[in-house]
Design a protein around this ligand. Sequence first.
Ligand SMILES: [Zn+2]
Length: 262
Amino acid sequence: MSAGAAPTCLTCHYALTGVRDSRCPECGRAFNPADPTTFGPREPRHIRIARRCANAQPSLRFCVLLGIGLLVVTILAAPIWHSNVLPYLVIWLALYGCWCTGLVTCSLARLFLRIRGIRCGFPTWRWLLVFFICVGGAYLAVTNAPLRLAAAISHASLARHAAAFQQPNTSPPRFIGLFHVSRASHDASSGVTTIEVRPIFAIAPPPMAFRKGDADIEFANMHLNLADGWRLEWEKDVPLTAPPWKAPRQTKNPATSATPSR
Ligand SMILES: [Zn+2]
């Protein structure tokens, strides 16, 4: 440490004690008495490097950007896990690799400095923050949380609209909840109502827009069959409330008044 030692010139090692004009009398190199980095004795290079490594930590801005980035990647990636898992696996492996490298480097540098009897700060919590952000992002993606959330939020709306498709000549709205509707039909013989949808945030076409584990999801009385192009099916005899764009008197008894003139 340079605190207690007598100041010397960084270039020629001339003793600067008592020098008044902030300039080495021997070689002319300038120095600032208030800034210990402008004069010697300078810390050995390996100590300086170790100190820099020990103090390395992700900035708060980096943590925030990382969290936002992972959330966006998760929302975009979740529907296409089934066929495109590799790019996202690479992203998370790279993130964990960076985190491990940073933390290990930090810890080794601190250990080295402590053995040398040099105190140094060690900000661990931001490394942990990065770790938890990465784990959270991976968890959201693996559980396909955005899709499940969209289905849960849109469930009441989907159930409401499904009643209308049990009547012929009913054209579905473009959007139901957080889903874009591509087709809706009702099979009178089997009594199954089918709505083909895709999440509004999906970036892949429906056939590849699902994850294997999500091929068959139940949301209350709604059957979300993703394995067949985002089909939403309702069994018959499921009590469904009237759709919002139908007059109440037309939907009281769909079986007998099934001739809407629209
Ligand atoms: Zn000098």
